[in-house]
Every structure is written in structure tokens, then in C-alpha cells.
Ligand binder design. Structure first.
Ligand SMILES: [Zn+2]
Length: 334
């Protein structure tokens, strides 16, 4: 019974004969084959797959997808290390905070404003109190700040220093020292640029720079003070010499008046005329037979007359009054 029943199922699935069964199955599989053919035509296979494999060294005319599987001869540690180094090529980004820059400068300006106000209302003691309220300074440094000129100079110096140092950016020491990348990206507003990691200061670096600057200021102040002392001494010296010279000049003017009064009227007016024309160089010596004023050769008779010292002799070229001394020729000859 069971046998007959299973035979009926078999018959129902195809047909009685082999031919009928083959037709029946062909009709069922045909659509599947049609879909496969359509898919093959619609989606062409990737270039390279099925194409001839190029020989070693041969230049392919088109992109080839190499369908090879190959073994990576690297340890997991090596692969991990490579991954890490690839990750390091991404720049760490530091952002410049203008707020921190502004508030630091504002704090410095506020400090000096407080000192100025204290100086106006209560004098040096109030300044010292105002200093002590904000910073820790020694007695000498505090006294230095009670002077308004010193205060202004220190204010200019320190705000300039702060502005310059902070504008380059200051980072937390822990963050910057822990940085493995030798360069970092510094983002300032919308712009970003790559800078060496070492160019970013830490607060410790900033303090060190400030201390160096302070030492430089101290040594420069010392040099300045010493130079000032030398210059003051020189000025005193010059003032004393000036006083002496003034005294001598007074004496010479008195002598000149006395001597001038001894010269006759005609000669004196001739001198005055020449003085107006030629300036101070009116009475000139004869040097090797040449006029000391215009350097023209003088006639022998002029030189001889002058040597005789009996009358006023003038240069025939420039009109200056001539005089002759033996010393003069000797001095030139030497
Ligand atoms: Zn002359």
C-alpha cells in the first residue's frame, strides 16, 4: 500500500515516461537559465578576471585587478607598530586661545593701573602696599617701583614681553612634553599652520625667559648707571674747564681793548673793514714767501718790507695784513 502511494507521487511530479519527466524539469529550469544569461550580459565581469595574466615586467594597457591571495610576512607587533606610525602622521592640533592672551595682558595692565592710582592718592607707601597685594617682591624691587619713571619703563617692558611671548602660544608642560609628534598644528581662529613642537613654550619656559630678561635688565641697568657716572664726571670736568676758559676770555678781551687802543685809527679801521670781508682770518703769516690767507706767492719786496717791521704790509692779492716771524719758517721747515 505504502509502495503504491509513493509511486503515485513520483508519477505526479513528472510524467509517466522519461521523456515527459525531462520536459517537465526543463520547463522548470529554463527561466532560471534565462535569468542567469541576462545577468551575465547586463553585468559584465571585472576587467582582469578571466583576462590573460600579464607576464612579469610587462606593462598592462589597462588596470588589472590581481586576484591573488598572498601571505603577509609580518608579525602582529610589526603590523601594530606600522599602524601606530601611520596614526602619528596625523598632526595633533593645538588651539590658540585669544581669551587667555587678553586676560593675561589685562591682568598685567591692571596691576600697573593699581600702582598708578596708589601713587596718585597715597604716595610711595601706598604703592608698596599695592605691590604687596598683587605680587611677591623684595624691598629693593618694591622701592624701585615707587618711582614713576621706573614704573613706566617696567610696565612697557613687561607688557611688551608678555604680549610677545604669549602671542606665540604657551602650553601646559605635561601636554606638550607628552607629545610624540615633532610637529603640531597650531589653530588660530580660522587658520591653521604646522609648527615645530619645541617652538611652543611651556609656563616653565616662559618663567625662565622672564628671569633671563630680568637678569639682562639688571646688568644693563648697572652698565647704564656706571656710564652715567662717567658721563656726569666728564660733564663736571667740562663745566670747570668752561668756567676757566670764560675767565681767560674775559682777561683776553680786556687785554685786547688795551692793545687796540695803542693802534692808530687808520690801521684799526682798515682791520675792521677786512674783518667784515674776510672774517676772523685777517692778519696772516708769511710761510715760504706765500700769503697765509690766499696762498699766493708774494713778491720779494713785500716779504722784505714785512721782515723790516716798519710799516703795515698787506697781501697784493687778497689784501690781508701780513706778518713775519722766524719761528714760522722754522716750524714749517721742521
Ligand atoms: Zn693773500
Amino acid at each position: 500500500m505504502a509502495r503504491r502511494s509513493s509511486a503515485r507521487v513520483w508519477v505526479n511530479l513528472g510524467g509517466a515516461t522519461l521523456r515527459e519527466r525531462a520536459r517537465y524539469h526543463l520547463a522548470r529550469w529554463a527561466p532560471l537559465l534565462a535569468v542567469a544569461l541576462l545577468t551575465y550580459l547586463a553585468f559584465t565581469p571585472l576587467i582582469g578576471i578571466g583576462a590573460p595574466v600579464p607576464a612579469v615586467g610587462q606593462i598592462s594597457k589597462q588596470s588589472v585587478v590581481a586576484p591573488f591571495a598572498y601571505e603577509v610576512r609580518k608579525s602582529p607587533e610589526e603590523i601594530a607598530r606600522e599602524g601606530e606610525s601611520r596614526a602619528l602622521t596625523a598632526q595633533p592640533v593645538y588651539r590658540f586661545s585669544p581669551t587667555a592672551y587678553d586676560s593675561s595682558l589685562a591682568a598685567a595692565r591692571g596691576f600697573f593701573a593699581d600702582l598708578a592710582k596708589a601713587a596718585e592718592t597715597g604716595g610711595p607707601d601706598s604703592v608698596a602696599q599695592a605691590v604687596a597685594a598683587r605680587v611677591r617682591l623684595g624691598p629693593e624691587e618694591t622701592r624701585f617701583l615707587t618711582d614713576s619713571t621706573n614704573r613706566r619703563q617696567i610696565q612697557e617692558l613687561s607688557t611688551h614681553f608678555l604680549a610677545e611671548a604669549l602671542s606665540r602660544g604657551v602650553a601646559d608642560a605635561g601636554a606638550i612634553r607628552g607629545e610624540v609628534s615633532p610637529t603640531i598644528a597650531l589653530r588660530r581662529g580660522e587658520t591653521e599652520r604646522i609648527i615645530p613642537r619645541d617652538s611652543i613654550l611651556t609656563f616653565a619656559d616662559l618663567m625662565e625667559q622672564a628671569e633671563t630678561a630680568q637678569r639682562q635688565v639688571a646688568s644693563l641697568t648697572q652698565v647704564t648707571n656706571e656710564s652715567k657716572k662717567t658721563i656726569d664726571a666728564r660733564l663736571t670736568d667740562i663745566a670747570a674747564r668752561e668756567a676757566n676758559l670764560q675767565q681767560e676770555l674775559g682777561q683776553l678781551e680786556v687785554n685786547r681793548e688795551e692793545l687796540a687802543s695803542a693802534v692808530d685809527e687808520g690801521t684799526r679801521s682798515r682791520y675792521q673793514r677786512l674783518f667784515k670781508q674776510k672774517g676772523q682770518n685777517v692778519v696772516v703769516g708769511i710761510q715760504h714767501g706765500v700769503c697765509g690767507g690766499c696762498h699766493m706767492q708774494l713778491s720779494r719786496s713785500t716779504v722784505v718790507t714785512c721782515q723790516a717791521e716798519q710799516e703795515i704790509v698787506t697781501c697784493t692779492n687778497c689784501g690781508r695784513i701780513l706778518y713775519y716771524t722766524r719761528d714760522m719758517d722754522l716750524a714749517v721747515a721742521e
